[in-house]
Design a protein around this ligand. Structure first.
Ligand code: SF4
Length: 483
């Protein structure tokens, strides 16, 4: 049998569910994000002289044959699979397919679910040789360079010893300096940028892309898993960030960026400097970002607007202050409302991020959330179904707080897998639909979406192409049209 090629590494982003559902998946229709973590690892490995391919099954669902073909042609010695909780089982299925094709292939899993569960991931399936915990660049490089040696010195790794016992080498001691990283290997993503889509009505122009400019968040919300980046905040300098955007524009024609950072404005100085660069040497690009209300003010927002900021997303989670205070710091709804009004008055679109079904949620708290959100000048909002992910602080005690059906493939924030004490699932579903319908029935909101005809014509084209599916989703709230 031909040898495996130690210089070849394949990175895989699973679809997360059965292929037949992909065409019906409204979530995919609305938003396909490039796997930026894998693209960063690929760039890091390539810089070290290795040869790396990425297969993104989320962007190209019918990928099993392509996977087998790549394995046959390239005979990689190492396969890296990045998973969320929902896509983990599909990742294991792909690992099985890959090992059947290439016996001797080593398989490493990474991503938030893996970083949260560590040894449990290897206990779950003998097909998984390594769990990469934390950031993957250096650990994947060291794994690729092992040449048959023991991984005992590879930090950020859980692995199987010869006697079958599991060894946890712990997180990496030294964090990466983000400005020393190469730009993600966007060119390794088939069809980039056109195969990737930001959420409809979330951008003014195409082509567009997501981009990450910082890692980590110092807060500790009960529902948030920070097992990968943990409670630190590291960031690219303004100069690196500007050069990154320039590269995306020159190489791929990108015209709008969605910063996928948890806390884009946490370090005010670098955002000010970045905005000044965008104003003094314009790239003709616009951008979105997500912020916490504590980390923006009128002066910064005006500067961001002048630099091309098009939309700011803000975590609200709930309009019930008592409930909010149980789950996050600074639960001050007046301050949040004031910030939202300030963002709007600076001429920036505002998107509210909400969650339904947190422990302690009641019908009354949901109605308070509706009243609160509808009293604000929010242009768009996203309402997620609370999901207790492994690694989030609340996961530890979740069974005491309600009924939790820990069915990983359905833990995608689009199914109610947790029902808080005192609530019924049917009641939650009904209120969820009512929340969205009430939003879309408001005249100001409808006019706002109509204005997208000229503010985001590409969104309207996409919406018109799948209008039936979107309307069915609005009425039924079913991700795949049937479940
Ligand atoms: S939800 Fe946002 S603010 Fe809270 S810990 Fe997570 S990233 Fe930080």
């Amino acid at each position: 049998m031909a040898q495996l090629n130690a210089k070849n590494i394949l990175l895989l982003h699973p679809l997360g569910y059965q292929l037949a559902a992909a065409a019906r998946d409204i979530s995919r229709k609305a938003n396909i994000m490039p796997p930026l973590g894998l693209a960063s690892i690929a760039a890091y490995l390539e810089r070290a002289g290795l040869c790396c391919e990425i297969l993104d099954c989320y962007a190209f669902p019918d990928a099993d044959q392509r996977l087998q073909q790549l394995l046959r042609e390239q005979r990689p010695a190492l396969l890296g699979i990045s998973c969320t909780t929902a896509s983990f089982h599909d990742g294991v299925r792909l690992a099985q397919l890959a090992k059947a094709e290439l016996p001797g292939l080593r398989v490493a899993f990474g991503g938030p679910h893996v970083s949260a569960l560590k040894e449990k991931v290897l206990e779950f399936s003998p097909l998984i040789d390594y769990a990469v915990i934390g950031e993957g660049e250096q650990s994947m490089l060291e794994l690729a360079q092992l040449a048959g040696d023991s991984p005992e010195n590879v930090e950020g790794l859980v692995w199987r010893a010869a006697d079958g016992g599991l060894v946890n080498n712990g997180y990496r001691r030294q964090a990466l300096v983000l400005d020393e990283l190469p730009f993600p290997a966007y060119h390794k993503l088939a069809g980039y940028p056109d195969a990737y889509k930001l959420p409809i009505f979330n951008y003014p122009k195409a082509p567009n892309s997501s981009c990450i400019s910082s890692r980590g968040c110092p807060y500790s919300c009960s529902y948030c898993d920070r097992s990968v980046f943990r409670q630190t905040f590291r960031y690219n300098s303004a100069d690196y960030l500007y050069r990154h955007l320039l590269y995306l524009k020159d190489r791929f024609g990108i015209r709008h960026i969605n910063f996928y950072d948890d806390q884009f404005t946490f370090h005010r100085g670098r955002v000010e400097e970045f905005c000044r660069l965008m104003i003094e040497q314009p790239l003709g690009m616009t951008f979105n970002c997500a912020v916490r209300a504590e980390h923006v003010d009128r002066g910064l927002l005006q500067l961001m607007k002048a630099a091309g900021c098009w939309m700011v997303s803000l975590g609200i989670e709930s309009g019930d202050e008592e409930l909010l205070a149980r789950h996050r710091q600074n639960a001050d709804l007046d301050m949040l409302a004031e910030t939202i009004r300030t963002i709007k008055s600076c001429g920036i679109r505002t998107k509210g991020l909400l969650m339904m079904g947190l422990p302690g949620e009641t019908e009354a708290s949901i109605r308070r959330s509706m009243d609160y959100v509808f009293s604000l000048p929010i242009d768009d909002f996203n309402l997620a179904k609370f999901t207790p992910f492994p690694g989030s602080p609340i996961y530890e005690t979740i069974h005491q707080l309600g009924a939790f059906d820990e069915d990983w493939p359905r833990m995608d924030c689009m199914h109610f897998q947790f029902i808080p004490q005192g609530m019924e699932k049917a009641q939650m579903e009904k209120l969820f639909i009512e929340f969205y319908k009430s939003h879309f029935k408001r005249k100001r909101v409808l006019l706002g979406y109509l204005a997208m005809l000229w503010k985001s014509p590409d969104s309207w084209l996409r919406f018109a192409g799948s209008a039936g599916q979107f309307l069915r989703f609005a009425l039924s709230n079913k991700r795949y049209g049937s479940s």
